[in-house]
Design a protein around this ligand. Sequence first.
Ligand SMILES: Nc1nc2c(c(=O)[nH]1)N[C@H]1C(S)=C(S)[C@@H](COP(=O)(O)OP(=O)(O)OC[C@H]3O[C@@H](n4cnc5c(=O)[nH]c(N)nc54)[C@H](O)[C@@H]3O)O[C@H]1N2
Ligand SMILES: Nc1nc2c(c(=O)[nH]1)N[C@H]1C(S)=C(S)[C@@H](COP(=O)(O)OP(=O)(O)OC[C@H]3O[C@@H](n4cnc5c(=O)[nH]c(N)nc54)[C@H](O)[C@@H]3O)O[C@H]1N2
Ligand code: SF4
Ligand SMILES: [Mo]
Length: 574
Amino acid sequence: MPLDQNRTDSGVESLRDVQVFHSACPHDCPSTCALEVERLDPQTIGRVRGASANTYTSGVICAKVARYAERVHHPDRLTRPLRRIGAKGIGREAFEEISWDEALDIVANQLRKATDLHGPETVWPYYYAGTMGLVQRDGINRLRHAMGYSRQHSTFCNTLADAGWLAGTGSKTGVDAREMAESDLIVIWGCNPVSTQVNVMTHATRARKNRKATIVVIDPYETASAKQADIHLMPNPGTDGALACAVMHVLFRDGYADRAYLEKYTSGHEELEAHLQTRTPDWAAAITGIPAEEIEAFAALYGKTQRSYLRLGFGFTRSRNGAVQMFSASCLPAVTGAWQYPGGGALYSHGGIYGIDQTVIKGEDVMDPATRLLDQSRIGPILTGDRRDLGDGPPITALFIQNTNPINVAPDLGKVREGFSRDDLFVCVHEQFLTETAEMADIVLPATTFLEHDDMYVAGGHTHLQVTRAVIDPVGEARSNHWVLGELAKRLGADHPGFAMSEWELMDDALQRSGYPDAQSCWEGHWEDRAQSFDQAHFCDGFGHADGRFRFKPDWAEDRRGKHAGMPALPGSL
Ligand SMILES: Nc1nc2c(c(=O)[nH]1)N[C@H]1C(S)=C(S)[C@@H](COP(=O)(O)OP(=O)(O)OC[C@H]3O[C@@H](n4cnc5c(=O)[nH]c(N)nc54)[C@H](O)[C@@H]3O)O[C@H]1N2
Ligand SMILES: Nc1nc2c(c(=O)[nH]1)N[C@H]1C(S)=C(S)[C@@H](COP(=O)(O)OP(=O)(O)OC[C@H]3O[C@@H](n4cnc5c(=O)[nH]c(N)nc54)[C@H](O)[C@@H]3O)O[C@H]1N2
Ligand code: SF4
Ligand SMILES: [Mo]
């Protein structure tokens, strides 16, 4: 959307002749940094900085986004729709440029042809988190549901982490990362924030400076974050549950367990204590590879420190038993009662605080729950015809992809590539660059970046909602995900009011039905801080389960999307 250069409201600040716009980083990173973006002219951005007025971003962003002008204006950006006329996977020379009308007509015809032959479940709209914007990322589901195409179970990233965290706490919320400044002990567990969410280090470093806090990193590798830590515990991958058990063994054994807290706020603690009898530091040393003395020392430090803060990441969920590792780690503050103290407790994600109603964006009002649900991580087996995934439904013969590069990121890469190589598979990829997946497509559509479209963002690592406007015009003929979906909907006859709405109208609708100010007010204010009260964030009002208690004995079956047979009754390694 072209911008009014003379805008003088608070969304834009003028700095000599360069204008500075508020924006937010769209990457799949818990930091979702508040940004200040220089606009040199309506087609060109300059430098990108972290907003210093945002109390989480605090003026700090990572190197890759500080240099975003190089991405936005890169000579390899896709600027025109492309049709493949050569072999798959050989690069740009296999494609010729075509017009948007031609490209969209081909895509719509192919999707219609596939549906005529096999029924709508043969089409699989496939997406993930290239942008985390709630409109541009999730709108693809509206087309899916309006057309009855196969559904997607999104499992690339947080499935195991969510299941593990929710098993104990029952709520995807936690203690504000800004509170780390009041902590005496910060445990960075299964994440490498120096590389993956730089702002965690800003807040951890404040605690070190203000309170001489100790920083512990628990990671099998000597990462950049581990190098900055006072203590580095190096478990074998997938053994955090054993480590957590041994730490809790010491906490009970040496009187660091808060019995009054356990009584009031938890369930299953008697069974837990009995279960831990044999889970000694020596027992865990053999499993984790961490010497027993180091486990003893860490447990004593954790037990003695009321203001202890766990920052739990995605790393330890990268193995088959990841949900159990996450759950086991999350038990520690419930044993010592660290949740009760300022700077104490844990954070995995704030994802549960926002409550944005995305019904219209996602077209959930027209979703048929009987439609086939396919696991995104199984795209390799699915494209190669595995009946365990396809059930008795049709094969996938058409893929429409936005926001993800499965040939690089999905498991079982050999099968993924084999599937994409099929001659009877039609693939359309909407992308900013000619990725490995786009190279396998029949039609490639050029996509805008977050600086060329409007959207809104929530965050995992902090508590702000941010609404952003396009800062520059689209590069070349790039178009937003929302625009492409609307054009396809027209051609396919997909019926839903969301297709006739602009991005801004969709945001307004979602915000207002969720109790937020309207999009314009959110944009002018740069961010809406939805931080919970101390008592809510620290679960002093009770945990998320119906009885308000932290569960040491999870009900794994409660997460009905997953397979729970064989999950352990109590913390530990599988
Ligand atoms: N081996 C291995 N595999 C992994 C992981 C790992 O640690 N190791 N991590 C896993 C995890 S946690 C995740 S989240 C996934 C991430 O996997 P993906 O979601 O696929 O990764 P991204 O690179 O974030 O985004 C994919 C593409 O989206 C495009 N994109 C960005 N914005 C837009 C837009 O507005 N419109 C359109 N159409 N496209 C856009 C980008 O150009 C990029 O190529 O990978 C998973 N796979
Ligand atoms: N620069 C950059 N930043 C990113 C991304 C990116 O691609 N590049 N991706 C974004 C995305 S999608 C996500 S989900 C986040 C993920 O960011 P993080 O939460 O930091 O997770 P990972 O980087 O997957 O893994 C973190 C650490 O966990 C360690 N680890 C692996 N297995 C285990 C284990 O069993 N136990 C323990 N304790 N540690 C283990 C790894 O060695 C790694 O150093 O990062 C986001 N930020
Ligand atoms: S740290 Fe994460 S959210 Fe912040 S600018 Fe970098 S990628 Fe974006
Ligand atoms: Mo992720």
